[in-house]
Structures are given as structure tokens and as C-alpha cells.
Design a protein around this ligand. Structure first.
Ligand SMILES: *Cc1c(COP(=O)(O)O)cnc(C)c1O
Length: 339
């Protein structure tokens, strides 16, 4: 088949998956000219996935359109998921569950913080049942979610369990779709994009982008800035999820871990702990463009982007899209860092 026909066939396959239309799509794409004047580098565009809607927005909305459609198809009445106390994913699961008339249980990492701020406050307002796991180890938390689900089944309920970040092949379809959306915007604007830059945590978002780029924009290079996992562990995980996502779409694609563009030098002390460079990036974007990044994901990713620009990683003639994956609600739990 000619390339065009394969792309059309893949777009149809993607469209055949059940999807709850809950996010405000397409999200805007805007050029960051004032910010670029400060940092240099190639033309830079921002894909505003912080504007997806769904109780303050973020990248999880796209994944949840597919995951929650799966939950609906299975007639589930309660959703269980996990994340950190400032999890954007948990907050958006809560919002989407409420919108669909389901209950929601959040098994969050660690112990109950003294104050309920940011996303945690929103979880409470959304009426989620919040339980603190007393551990940060997802290898312990995931089986606990399964046993909670089993207990609920015995009570006649029908739970749907979503792993951390919604990082499953079904969830990743949301970012295959996002690349298709971006390709449409690229044609409309008459600009060819060469790089996608994004924060990567659980890996579901970047995996979807990798598959989407391979299918719909083969010249597009996906660059991930890790916010938690070291490079080796993350690239293996990305490879697994990407290949499984492709398989779900009925295509056999390979994503060798060593070929993936992943940077792990911007994590800082650990996941969730802001870095000085990340905080500077947040302030610089806010003060040049009026756009709010977050301290856990997008601030660190932007700090990584700035550093890569300084190192000459991107050709001056390239067009780069930075995916703003959301997260600003966590700013309200980080007051101390901005005083
Ligand atoms: C979850 C999240 C990410 C990372 O997405 P993954 O699919 O987990 O890699 C990036 N930015 C924000 C704001 C997030 O909440």
C-alpha cells in the first residue's frame, strides 16, 4: 500500500476504539516567540495539553478518554487508581469518574500530608475516597489495588483498576491520537515539525507519541525528559509500552530502547522535588508568555529543553513542539519554593 493509504487505514483503526469525548480537543498550538528570544534555539511551539479541561486539565485527559471508555464498556461502577499526593492523574481520574457517574478510590503514595493542598484538595472536592498507602513502592501498591478490587467484587461492585499514570496500551492511544491531531495542525499552519519534547514519567504519554510519530509523521523525533526513572529503566519501559500499543492497533513496530531519545539528567534529587533550574524555567515562561508550567513535570522538562538548546542539540532550522502536559495545580502545594 502507498504510504498515504497506510496512514488513512491506521487513522481509521484508531477511530474504531471506544472513546469518551471528555477533553476539549484539539488543544491550541502556539508559538513562543518572547520565550525563544530569551533562550535562543530554533522556532518553538507549545501544544497546550494543559488546556484539555477536566478539572484543570493535563495530559491524562487524553489517556482517560480511552481508558474510561473501556471501563464503561465493562459496565464498571467504581474506579481505583494511584499516584503521588499531588498526582494530576488521580485528580483527573476523579473528575472523569464523577462526570460518568462512577465512584473513585485513590490509593496514594506515602502518608497523609499535614495539609490538603493543590491536587489533593481537588481530590477531596471531587469526593474521591482517598487512602494513603504508607509506601511509595508501586510494586506493593498495584497488588493492593487488585485486592481492593477483589473485595469490592465480592460486595457486588464492578471496579476498574488503572495503574499509575494510566500507562497502558489503551491509555497510550490518547497520545497516538494527539500526534494525529498535531499533524492536522501542522498542515493547517503550513509548518513541518521536526521534534516533540515532553516530560515523561510513567511513560504512557511518550509511548503514544512514539507510535503516533512512526505512523503519521515518520520524520518527527520524540524527545523525552525523565522526571523520575533513570534512562535505562525508562527506555525499556517505553519500548515495552510502545510495542504493546502498536500491537493493540494491529501493527508490528519495534522500538529498541537504545534508539530512544531520553534524558535523565534533569530529575534532580528525586521525583516531585523541584530543581532550581526547573523553578527558573517556570518563572521565565510565566514572565515572557504568561503560561504556567508545574514543578514536578513540565518545569523540569523545560529546564531540560533549555539546556539541550544551549548544548546545540537542536539544529537552528528545526521546528520544535514542546508538549505542555499540565500540572499547574501542584504549584499551589509548592508555595515555599517561590517565596
Ligand atoms: C503524568 C504527567 C506527565 C507524564 O506523563 P506519563 O504518561 O506518566 O509519562 C507529564 N506531565 C504532567 C503534568 C503529568 O501529570
Amino acid at each position: 500500500m502507498p504510504e498515504q493509504r497506510i496512514e488513512e487505514a491506521m487513522a481509521l483503526t484508531l477511530a474504531s476504539f471506544p472513546r469518551v469525548r471528555a477533553a476539549n480537543l484539539p488543544t491550541p498550538l502556539q508559538e513562543l516567540t518572547r520565550f525563544r528570544k530569551e533562550i535562543g534555539g530554533p522556532r518553538l511551539f507549545m501544544k497546550r495539553d494543559d488546556n484539555t479541561g477536566l478539572a484543570l486539565g493535563g495530559n491524562k485527559a487524553r489517556k482517560l478518554e480511552y481508558l474510561m471508555a473501556d471501563a464503561l464498556a465493562k459496565k464498571c461502577d467504581v474506579v481505583i487508581t494511584t499516584g503521588g499526593p499531588q498526582s494530576n492523574h488521580a485528580r483527573m481520574v476523579a473528575a472523569m469518574a464523577r462526570q460518568l457517574g462512577m465512584e473513585v478510590i485513590l490509593l496514594l503514595t506515602g502518608d497523609e500530608p499535614r495539609e490538603w493542598k493543590g491536587n489533593l484538595l481537588l481530590d477531596r472536592i471531587l469526593g474521591a475516597q482517598v487512602i494513603f498507602a504508607g509506601t511509595k513502592d508501586y510494586d506493593l501498591i498495584h497488588p493492593r489495588m487488585e485486592s481492593m478490587a477483589e473485595e469490592l467484587r465480592q460486595q457486588g461492585r464492578n471496579p476498574y483498576v488503572i495503574p499509575v499514570g494510566g500507562a497502558t496500551p489503551i491509555g497510550s492511544l490518547g497520545y497516538v491520537q494527539a500526534v494525529l491531531e498535531l499533524v492536522g495542525q501542522s498542515v493547517e499552519a503550513g509548518i513541518n515539525f521536526d521534534y516533540l519534547v515532553s516530560a515523561t514519567g510513567s511513560g504512557g504519554t511518550m509511548s503514544g507519541m512514539l507510535v503516533g510519530a512512526r505512523l503519521f509523521a515518520p520524520h518527527l523525533k520524540v524527545v523525552g525528559i525523565s522526571v523520575s526513572r533513570p534512562r535505562a529503566a525508562l527506555t525499556q519501559r517505553l519500548s515495552n509500552i510502545s510495542e504493546a500499543t502498536a500491537a493493540l492497533l494491529g501493527v508490528d513496530l519495534k522500538f529498541p530502547p537504545e534508539k530512544l531519545a531520553v534524558f535523565d539528567e534533569y530529575i534532580g534529587e528525586s521525583y516531585g522535588v523541584p530543581t532550581p533550574e526547573g523553578l527558573e524555567a517556570i518563572k521565565l515562561l510565566a514572565q515572557t508568555e504568561g503560561i504556567l508550567l508545574d514543578p514536578v513535570y513540565t518545569g523540569k522538562a523545560m529546564a531540560g529543553y533549555i539546556d539541550l538548546v544551549r548544548k546545540g542539540y537542536f539544529p537552528e532550522t528545526a521546528n520544535v513542539v514542546f508538549f505542555h502536559t499540565g500540572g499547574a495545580p501542584a504549584l499551589f502545594a509548592m508555595e515555599e519554593y517561590f517565596r
